[in-house]
Write a protein that binds this ligand. Structure first.
Ligand code: F0G
Length: 475
């Protein structure tokens, strides 16, 4: 049986190249160049392919055959078993730690909370990745590119998950040293503990993620360090495979909706690219709709897309409202603020690419409050999976879009749970705590007053009769 079209005898540098996403520029660069922006116009870059020279499967379902070859690390990886759709790396250079063994879980309890008919809500749990978030999908790709070009140090700014992932790849492979930039006091403890334990050089700067992002770019160009934030187009190639695994789990049936939290907008951009390519290659016949969910305290995309009506517009983006928005933000000294610290970002680096994804997938953007995020998170947890606060934005967003009648009860909806439940125990315990004072201290300052689904611990004296009485009373 022929599983894949014959690989033409082309090298990766003959198949893959980097290209400016701006249709009026389209400058191209070699796959071996280290760039985070087009050197001609400053635009964002894609990794592009000459698909005629690549070996693509005749049908998308052929990828499943790789499961029978799981002793091969490149078939075991949930990223690299789709490598024919991201053919930029010679196999011997690929660095994998078995990322992407993730689960698409159908859940009727969370589906009922969202307002969907039974059987229609699916949660793609990317918390199952080795470092506990979706970032490993992208990091294996960026790290592989860094290895291809011989980097010895790699850096990122992070709200915590990118840094945990980079630190892990460095620690496992010993190929590079990790330098991570975090905003001081802006990172959940689960994530900080990973970076410290994996031995990353951890630079806590006096500022937030947006400040750290600006600095890390300067530092990387000054010191020649390889940058692995999602502005790096190779990162997004790996993240495309989240969508491939979703389709695989749905037996290659395209769902009606993909819903994802929006921070730096790397995921949403990569999903749009995945669907553009699958459609172009004739591997799917339609694309799903995309909903990107901002936290209300970090709502740049929602404001610019939904309020100001900024659109991709075939690459001719109207920049005037964008500049006005950032000028006003600067003048007011406005900083991002949300309990969902992973998406506490006001200046998303992938903004333009994300507009393209919204265009391709007939997308919508919504913003939701911290309370809505935490209630949705509690419901995801009660459904037996659990996730960190930012991830629950997708479920809260699904509920909002259902209430607004944009999603129908009969639609098939996939929410991406981007990070593991244990990443941010502080937020979880604060939500469920019996101690109202502590709850107020952690969440009250953010306007969260009520925890609808709190599962409060019951305090009982250390006495058998009292314990028995309490169990009978509360069970
Ligand atoms: N969910 C989680 C758990 C994240 O860690 C992030 C981003 C996002 C959602 C947003 O994804 O940036 O692709 O829109 N975390 C980055 C970090 C910024 O540094 O770990 P995005």
């Amino acid at each position: 049986m022929r599983l894949f079209m014959q690989t033409p005898s082309k090298t990766v540098s003959e198949i893959a190249f980097q290209q400016c996403i701006s249709p009026s520029c389209r400058a191209t660069f070699g796959v071996d160049e280290v760039l985070t922006a087009c050197t001609k116009c400053g635009g964002l870059l894609d990794v592009s392919y000459d698909w005629n020279a690549a070996a693509i499967p005749a049908s998308i379902s052929e990828f499943e055959s790789k499961w029978s070859n799981r002793h091969d690390p490149l078939c075991y990886s949930g990223v690299w078993r789709f490598r024919e759709l991201l053919p930029f790396a010679p196999p011997e250079k690929i660095v994998t730690v078995g990322e992407g063994q993730t689960l698409l879980q159908q859940t009727n309890s969370v589906g009922a909370f969202v307002g969907l008919d039974a059987g229609n809500l699916f949660l793609q749990y990317e918390g199952m990745n080795p470092s506990g978030s979706f970032k490993d999908n992208g990091m294996t790709a960026a790290f592989t590119h860094a290895h291809m070009i011989g980097a010895s140090q790699a850096a990122c700014a992070s709200t915590g998950n990118t840094s945990a992932s980079l630190a892990m790849y460095c620690a496992v492979s010993r190929l590079m040293k990790a330098v991570i930039f975090i905003g001081s006091g802006k990172i959940a403890y689960g994530k900080l503990s990973q970076a410290l334990e994996y031995g990353a050089l951890t630079v806590a700067i006096n500022g937030d993620f947006d400040d750290a992002m600006l600095r890390v770019k300067e530092v990387c160009s000054k010191l020649g360090i390889y940058l692995v934030n999602s502005i790096n187009p190779f990162r997004l190639e790996g993240q495309k495979t989240i969508m491939l695994r979703v389709l695989e789990s749905l037996q290659w049936q395209v769902p009606d909706w993909i819903i994802v939290p929006g921070g730096n907008l790397g995921n949403s951009s990569s999903f749009g690219k995945a669907f553009m390519e699958l459609k172009h290659l004739g591997l799917i016949d339609r694309v799903p709709r995309l909903a990107i969910i901002n936290a209300a305290g970090a709502n740049t995309l929602s404001q610019l897309y939904e309020e100001s009506g900024v659109r991709w517009n075939d690459g001719e983006i109207d920049n005037a409202p964008v500049e006005k928005y950032y000028d006003a933000m600067q003048a007011a000294g406005r900083k991002a603020s949300t309990i969902a610290s992973a998406i506490e970002i006001n200046r998303p680096v992938n903004f333009e690419k994300c507009l393209r994804a919204l265009d391709v997938c007939d997308g919508v953007v919504r913003e939701i409050s911290d309370l809505e995020i935490l209630d949705a998170k509690a419901q995801v947890g009660a459904g037996g999976i659990g996730c960190e606060p930012a991830s629950a934005a997708s479920v809260a967003g699904a509920k909002l879009l259902r209430e607004q009648g944009i999603i129908a009860p009969s639609d098939r909806v996939v929410c991406i749970l981007t990070g593991h439940q244990l990443k941010d125990p502080t937020a979880t315990v604060a939500y469920h705590t019996t101690d109202q004072e502590e709850f107020n201290e952690v969440l009250g300052s953010r306007g969260v007053q009520r925890a609808s689904y709190a599962n409060r611990a019951v305090s009982v004296p250390n006495d058998l009769n009292e314990i028995v009485r309490a169990i009978q009373l509360y069970s």
